[in-house]
Design a protein around this ligand. Sequence first.
Ligand SMILES: Nc1ncnc2c1ncn2[C@@H]1O[C@H](COP(=O)(O)OP(=O)(O)OP(=O)(O)O)[C@@H](O)[C@H]1O
Ligand SMILES: [Mg+2]
Length: 251
Amino acid sequence: MATEPQDGRLVELEGVRKSFGPHVVLDSIDLSIRRGEAVVVAGPSGSGKSTLLRCINGLEAIDAGDIRFEGQSIPKAGKGIYRLRAEMGMVFQSFNLFPHKTVLDNVTLGPIEVKGLSRLDAQTRARALLERVGIPEKADAVPADLSGGQQQRVAIARALAMEPKLMLFDEPTSALDPEMIREVLDVMRDLARDGMTMIVVTHEMGFAREVCDRLLFIDAGAIVEDAPPEEFFRGAKSERAREFVDKIIHH
Ligand SMILES: Nc1ncnc2c1ncn2[C@@H]1O[C@H](COP(=O)(O)OP(=O)(O)OP(=O)(O)O)[C@@H](O)[C@H]1O
Ligand SMILES: [Mg+2]
């Protein structure tokens, strides 16, 4: 039986450490995220943002500490890790769609192969998801015929098709042309408003301000700020975060 904390914490990290060789990438991270929260993670390149997401969904094993999902420690390996990963959707900067499969096949593959849905059920659900991300007419296209923004929305639909409890986004708009960024952020905003729990690594500070409950600022593997966006922008506590905000806003 999962022993989820009563206060609705979905993800908890306690003293999480991760090193690559001598290089400490995550240094005693403590963090808890409640169901329904949308959290933005920002910080300089190399500060550990992607590694944090990869540890949460079990793509990287941690060296010390504990990560719990619904009150249960994330298994180190084996079958448990696959079951857990199916509960979390991950969206990357580079959409990672199957290039030779249609949009519909990209979105139905997981539900059919992993969840055992019938092709028909999977397709019905996939079409509803394509509608939700605003590209119902692209079901039969292949990824190469879509814009970057459309491909990223397919990637989001594909993740949602697994009915995840948590969505992890790693710089989902940083490979996109400016005119496509908005359409992807709008889909993410709607998801957050519908109550999806999400952790979003992004430097889109307008999105953070408008959509997110909390903004985490990571520097050198440590969370140095954890505050509601308004508070963060009004006056970050650390010099490093203030410099960062300055740079981004006056970019
Ligand atoms: N598999 C790996 N092997 C060795 N070093 C790694 C590995 N993955 C990440 N690192 C190192 O860990 C540090 C943190 O990397 P990470 O990708 O988490 O940073 P990031 O904050 O996501 O950066 P960016 O903004 O550039 O994406 C970097 O110094 C990186 O070089
Ligand atoms: Mg990264």
